[in-house]
Design a protein around this ligand. Sequence first.
Ligand SMILES: Cc1cc2nc3c(=O)[nH]c(=O)nc-3n(C[C@H](O)[C@H](O)[C@H](O)COP(=O)(O)OP(=O)(O)OC[C@H]3O[C@@H](n4cnc5c(N)ncnc54)[C@H](O)[C@@H]3O)c2cc1C
Length: 435
Amino acid sequence: MQKKVIVIGGGFAGLSAAAYLANKKYKVTLLEASPKLGGRTYSFLDKETNTVLDNGQHILMGCYSETLKFLSFIGAKENFHFQKRLEVNFVKEGFRVLPLKSFTFVYPFNLLIGLLKFKAISLSDRASLLKVFSKLPFLTSDKFSNMNIKEWLEKENQSQNVQDAFWKILAVGALNTNIEKASAKIFIDILKQIFLKGNKAATIVLPKYGLSESYCKNAEEFIVKNGGEIILSEPVEKLIISENQVTEIHSSEKVFLDFDFVISAIPAFALNRIIDDENIFVLPDFKYSSILNIHIWLKATKFPEDFFGLINSPLHWVFNKGTHLNIVISDANELVNKSDEDLIEMVKDEMKKFFLLDSELIIGYKIIKEKRATFIPSNDIIDKRPAQETQIKNLILAGDWVDTGLPSTIESAVKSGRAAAELIIGQISFITLPR
Ligand SMILES: Cc1cc2nc3c(=O)[nH]c(=O)nc-3n(C[C@H](O)[C@H](O)[C@H](O)COP(=O)(O)OP(=O)(O)OC[C@H]3O[C@@H](n4cnc5c(N)ncnc54)[C@H](O)[C@@H]3O)c2cc1C
């Protein structure tokens, strides 16, 4: 008989779990609290400017193997733009553009030569950077689980300049956390994913359209075409657990009694709210980092490049969409409570310093604050991330925060979604794949 699965949450984790299960002929019902799919990764039409805006610019990388597989699976891969090889334009004050690109040589020499030619840092700093990269294949990340990234970089004799112009940008971009708080262990793991997995792994992948159009639409169509049902605006309010099984799911609209498995694909704080017995789980006390996306509109197009990384600025990335620029500030807990007026003044100052952009060219702005964008991957939390199987026989956890070994990213969410589906389908071996 067809098994029934209820998936709670329609972000990347819930959508991937639902899609993989629906494809295997499970009867899937996905319950999503908000009126739209996508979770922390969605877009909307800003009526004032008639522009489709993402809740935050999202960057995927060539090493996001689970995500790219999922996007292909639901027929959404064409909605993304893939770099042929790594190319990032960094900028210093005075609009000094310093590209970091890999070359046409054979991997890994193409990346190494790219680093050697990266003029944002001195030759001796480049040599010290290469030294770290040459050690990387031999590092066992577990040995660094008591160090933060800053301590590791100091141990590796990385100068302040190479920290500022390379490591901080990479770490804050990948972990949305500053180098004093983030674990060296998880950072070393992702450096291996980015730089040791072939030519494409370090390339940047960007959505061509708004995020919802780029993947939510395809995921929804795929699930429905395969017999699944998606119910929006229906928050789950309570899970009733009896004799180690979820027996009832209470949503805002009704009580669900007829299901074989439940996948929780909601954030940890949301799961805590719907399980009323605190003895069932003790979830880690995640702390979160904010991300600010500041959109500005210009009188005229200013740059030909797609995006820039800023060296030594509170603004981290600028994405160029013609007369519309999307400015990203990660690790923004200290800025998130500032007023819009203060933030836009800061943006105008920095854009002037870095891009020589006259503030009179700016004709409009919009600020989107995501306070709980990602959890902080500190050493005291990463080992407490829960496994996906739980002591409740028919309840499986998914979400970017479960123990995937990855930081709080789309890749972690998708990996957890597929693992949850595979646990139900019975291919438990998937879970033990090397990270
Ligand atoms: C501004 C911003 C920028 C980011 N940039 C990047 C990036 O560049 N690259 C990257 O890889 N990652 C990035 N991330 C992180 C990435 O968005 C997340 O890791 C990923 O989307 C998490 O997916 P998820 O499915 O685990 O959780 P979520 O997306 O949070 O989905 C959970 C879903 O559950 C729903 N829900 C909650 N409670 C209930 C309930 N009781 N009943 C029913 N439904 C419920 C929510 O409404 C939500 O739709 C960024 C995040 C933000 C906010």
